[in-house]
Design a protein. Structure first.
Lengths: 72, 517
């Protein structure tokens, strides 16, 4: 497998946050609550920063050498 | 009326007015070119792009309407959270590609791209008209955001005096958008976003403490609204509605002209990629704002006598202003309401610029005056941006508020019908332009019919599949019909041996420096 197509595999990681929030039956419940917030709510809120981490990781892993932040 | 709150409010409003005019001198360039006026020269780096896209997508109306929906409907209203989670991975894949081809070919609008890629001015016209139609009620809704907070500050709401704050704020907005173009909302967005973050951080610390913690807040929510209604034998109930609303809204968001204007104004494909990892910060704020709906419920604001008149007029949209009024000291109410009102100005400015770009590029220059000079083109766009705003003000003053809300729901159903031509078009020219046009028309008609069946009040349509009822977002159902028709007509055109239109873009136009482009 060439370096380029191996890098492209990282893009599949972007599906993880998407699947996590469309599988509604898996999180449509109250328990375990966290600080009184039902699971349904804090689970979905938690996936916001997690999705940012995933996108940031995919950006970092697919970045070409030489394109650093600040120049584009 | 509180003098302190009004003074703080007016101070911030005056501040952003000055900024709006000063913005014309920011990174000074020739504002007589549409590329400079309407896209600020495509030079915004990571930080400004972050403020601009965030200020643009998370509108004042979002801050009013999302908690209002949670306040009224409970868990169902929380679909805004998965919606904003789905947007950025999708945008990460698609938007750098669109930016790259638009940069290479000098495209200013989505319709410009469609014109070049599919070779059909008529398909481009369809995309342009859809964009303008979807944007108009959206601008009107920003006005409603201003109206609600101005009323909450204690100004009269009826008659000429009631409309005056609205007319003044839009006149100021129109003036600095005219002179400074996209630079104005970009600069104002920075103030707006800082105020929003400040307000929300204060709200999630102060309010739960006053209400006895999150456990106490959620104990006020009716059990049937705390979670989604699960499927039973005959219906998917809220599961399918929740998922389709999230997915459909995510697909539609980036097709709105104002989203694309903000995206195309960034300085590069990598600036956009970095932003897709940073923009979820706004989504997190939006999620917290959604929870304000439950806080308003727990605080019992709808039962307080001093708010009864406002709830009568603005319905659930008054939930958040009422919550702030009853929880915050006066000076902070001024800051919070300024955040919402300024939050209306940023997207309203970008929306009017985006609609003006579409009209000028894809209707005026294409069909009315093909030989116009760049400076004539820009002058036309400036005038159109004024007309669009006057139209929105007249719309809000002359018609019941509910019309703007209903039309904005319809706007989402319409704009998603441009997805095959714009987004799928980025990857393939398999579709015949006639197929895309007939598919678009099918989507527009069927989507509007589904909305009409609900009197335009609800975006969900009850689809019957055999014995199973599947409530879902009309936009997504209409998009599926659109795609099916586009495929069928494309195959028919092939079979009939009709000549294909030329694609002026080349594979090279889409390739930026990255693996997988």
């Amino acid at each position: 497998m060439s370096g380029k197509s191996r890098k492209r595999l990282w893009y599949w990681l972007l599906l993880v946050p998407c699947l996590a929030v469309v599988c509604v039956p898996s999180f449509n419940r109250v328990e375990p609550a966290w600080f009184g917030i039902p699971f349904f709510y804090w689970y979905q809120l938690l996936w916001i920063p997690l999705s940012a981490v995933v996108i940031g990781a995919v950006y970092g892993m697919t970045r070409e050498r030489g394109d650093r932040p600040g120049k584009s | 009326m509180s003098v302190v709150a009004v003074s703080v409010f007016i101070f911030f409003f005056a501040l952003v007015t000055v900024l709006g005019f000063v913005a014309a001198h920011w990174r000074k360039a020739d504002l007589d070119s549409l590329h400079e006026w309407g896209l600020a020269g495509r030079r915004f780096g990571t930080v400004v792009t972050w403020f601009l896209i965030g200020g643009d997508l998370y509108t004042a109306y979002t801050f009013i309407a999302v908690p209002a929906l949670v306040f009224g409907a409970g868990a169902m209203g929380f679909f805004a959270v998965p919606y904003t989670i789905l947007v950025y991975p999708f945008a990460f894949m698609v938007m750098p590609r669109l930016w790259t081809v638009a940069h290479r070919r000098g495209y200013v609008t989505a319709a410009d791209f469609v014109r070049g890629r599919h070779g059909s001015p008529w398909l481009a016209l369809a995309v342009a008209i859809t964009g303008i139609l979807a944007t108009m009620p959206y601008i009107a809704l920003q006005l409603i955001g201003i109206q609600v907070v101005v009323a909450a500050l204690g100004f009269p709401t009826a008659g000429l005096w009631g409309e005056l704050p609205l007319i003044i704020s839009f006149a100021i907005l129109a003036a600095y958008t005219y002179t400074s173009g996209l630079r104005a909302p970009a600069m104002i967005a920075i103030v707006k976003d800082l105020l929003i973050y400040l307000t929300i951080i204060a709200a999630i610390i102060v309010i739960p403490e006053k209400l006895g913690g999150y456990g106490a807040i959620f104990s006020h929510v009716a059990p049937e609204k705390l979670l989604l209604k699960a499927p039973d034998g005959g219906s998917m109930n809220q599961y399918s509605a929740y998922i389709t609303l999230a997915v459909g809204s995510a697909l539609a968001l980036l097709l709105y002209p104002h989203s694309l204007t903000a995206i195309l104004s960034s300085s590069g494909a990598n600036t956009l990629r970095r932003n897709m990892a940073l923009l979820p910060a706004y989504s997190f704020v939006l999620g917290l704002i959604a929870l304000l709906g439950f806080m308003a419920l727990a605080a019992g604001v709808a039962q307080l006598p001093q708010f009864a008149g406002y709830f009568g007029e603005y319905k659930q949209n008054f939930a958040v202003p009422a919550l702030f009024l009853s929880m915050f000291p006066e000076w902070f109410v001024g800051i919070a309401f300024a955040a919402i009102a300024i939050g209306a100005l940023v997207p309203a400015a970008i929306m009017s610029i985006a609609a003006a770009n579409l009209f000028t590029r894809n209707i005026y220059r294409e069909f009315v005056k093909p030989g116009c000079t760049p400076s004539e083109e820009t002058q036309m766009a400036k005038w159109v941006s004024l007309v669009v705003k006057v139209g929105a003000v007249v719309f809000v003053i002359a018609l019941p508020q509910q019309y703007a809300i209903n039309l904005q729901l319809l706007g989402g159903v319409l704009i998603i019908q441009t997805l095959p031509a714009v987004i799928i078009g980025l990857y393939t020219t398999w579709f015949d332009h006639r197929g895309l046009l007939v598919g678009w028309l099918t989507g527009i008609i069927s989507g509007t019919a589904m909305m009409a069946a609900q009197q335009f009040k609800s975006p969900t349509y009850l689809l019957h599949l055999g014995g199973l009822a599947v409530p879902g977002y009309a936009a997504l159902y209409a998009l599926l019909l659109n795609l099916a028709v586009a495929v069928a007509v494309t195959l028919l055109c092939r079979a009939a041996g009709l000549r294909r239109a030329d694609d002026e873009t080349t594979a090279d136009d889409y390739a930026d420096a990255r693996a997988g482009g």
